[in-house]
Design a protein around this ligand. Structure first.
Ligand code: ZN
Length: 462
């Protein structure tokens, strides 16, 4: 789908201010935890303490998963660096690795340090109200899982990517789930999106075979080959870890983790592969793996990472768009005969606010019901052909967004009839003159954030 760059009813984008020069140049804050040290570049003490709370519990989780009870082998604690800006991350990465991880904005290094840039780059008001975005917390936990593994496993340099990332996904998800910051994987949008990719590859018969995974054929991304693109490899490593964890009551997974921990410091990748392959049943696994992947049931597919379980309510979601991409997340539930969507929306810090209900997504485009704070509702159709927007209806409502949250109910039929109720009043009730028989979703423009309270989608006829 063409990205909806033209989202909005003339609202100024980029509402989440980035760091001030003073924040970027202030001395880093260093907090010592029980298991790691957290070094915050450009954050106040409260944000740094929030980050430390997330990462300090990760080393015990990874030790338990690896079946290791001993204290870390290396004396210095892993050091987790968090940067306020992408520029600060890139400068640090250039100094440490010559710039190998500039594209990722997150990395774990064999020197026992991990580095994560704030993602998305939210401003002071957002940080004060909500703390670090979930995407940043997840990356902090993920990279900490890697450096903790380095400290616990003498042979970590020989670990294969399919397993090390599967392990880091598992641990980061478990950590955020324990904090109430994540739903189960199929219902947490970022993980659901990965599982949906694996499911799609399975149905397209492009899934990597077990032999390819175990043999490291999925180590390097190849952006030209379907099934081998960067996000597709990550998705398969995530799904394959989930597969192994449910296979034979998790015995292969437990054996794999124990093998990772036992590899000697001089183990070669070939040594590691032979030892790990012995943990997995040799024959007949491909059919089970592809059946598992095809049967995955994720609730969401995101166009860009943005949507995450809210800190204060497991039924609610916070959507935080990156500065240069509109946030768009689709429910996977089909709406062939229309549907109903109920939620309440709160506009998060920023000079402007816009929350987008998306419906009728098919190959030709989708309809966006934009709720703009202080302005009202605007309904537009996005046409995939030519990437253009067509205005269908408007409802001025200057009071929209003055209260802490606006109650919303949206009903639509496949034939294109829409009824929008705002705070109990019918704001729109009309035929849009286009079909609305595709998926529904939630969005917000680049550089903004919204909170969706208990969003519930009910496809028509259910
Ligand atoms: Zn990783």
């Amino acid at each position: 789908m063409t990205r909806a760059r033209a989202f909005g009813a003339g609202v100024a984008l980029g509402a989440l201010a980035s760091a001030t020069p003073a924040q970027q140049t202030a001395a880093p804050l260093r907090l010592a935890g029980e298991h790691v040290a957290l070094v915050a570049h450009g954050f106040d003490a409260a944000v740094a303490a929030g980050a430390l709370e997330v990462v300090d519990a990760v080393p015990p989780l990874i030790a338990a998963e690896l079946g290791v009870t001993a204290a870390p082998r290396s004396a210095p604690k892993p050091e987790i660096h968090l940067y306020r800006t992408a520029e600060a991350f890139v400068a640090a990465d250039r100094a440490r690795t010559g710039g190998r991880f500039a594209r990722n904005l997150a990395c774990a290094l064999w020197d026992g340090t991990a580095h994560v840039a704030l993602q998305p780059e939210v401003g002071d008001a957002y940080l004060a109200q909500l703390g670090l975005p979930a995407a940043t917390l997840r990356l902090l936990a993920h990279e900490t899982a890697h450096v903790a593994r380095f400290a616990l496993c003498p042979g970590h340099r020989a670990h294969p990517r399919w397993l090390l990332d599967g392990l880091a996904f598992t641990i980061s998800h478990r950590r955020l789930r324990a904090l109430g910051r994540s739903a189960a994987m199929p219902d947490e949008p970022v993980f659901a999106t990965g599982l949906a990719t694996a499911r799609r590859l399975a149905t397209e018969d492009r899934l990597a075979t077990v032999a390819e995974l175990l043999g490291r054929a999925t180590t390097d991304a190849d952006d030209a080959t379907p099934g081998r693109r960067f996000h597709e490899l990550y998705a398969q490593h995530l799904a394959f870890a989930c597969f192994l964890q449910q296979l034979d009551a998790g015995r292969p997974w437990t054996a794999l983790c124990a093998t990772l921990a036992r590899l000697p410091a001089d183990a070669t990748p070939a040594d590691a592969d032979a030892a790990l392959a012995a943990c997995v049943p040799a024959a007949g696994l491909d059919a089970a793996w592809s059946t598992f992947a095809a049967a995955l049931a994720p609730s969401w597919v995101e166009d860009h990472r943005s949507l995450a379980t809210a800190a204060d309510d497991p039924a609610s979601l916070v959507q935080t768009a990156f500065a240069d991409t509109d946030a768009i997340a689709w429910w996977t539930a089909p709406c062939p005969r229309g549907g109903a969507l109920r939620t309440a929306v709160a506009f998060l810090p920023g000079a402007t606010g816009q929350a987008d209900l998306l419906l009728g997504r098919d190959d030709t485009g989708f309809v966006q019901v934009a709720l703009v704070r202080g302005i009202g509702a605007t309904v537009r159709r996005h046409h995939t052909d030519g990437d253009r927007w067509e205005l269908l209806a408007e409802h001025p409502r200057p009071a929209l967004g003055r209260a802490a949250s606006a109650e919303i109910e949206l009903r639509w039929s496949a034939a294109g009839h829409v009824t929008l109720t705002l705070d109990g009043d019918v704001a729109l009730d009309r035929d849009l003159g286009c079909e609305l028989a595709g998926a529904a979703g939630l969005g917000c423009p680049a550089g903004t954030a919204v909170r969706w309270q208990s969003p519930a989608l009910r496809p028509a006829g259910r």
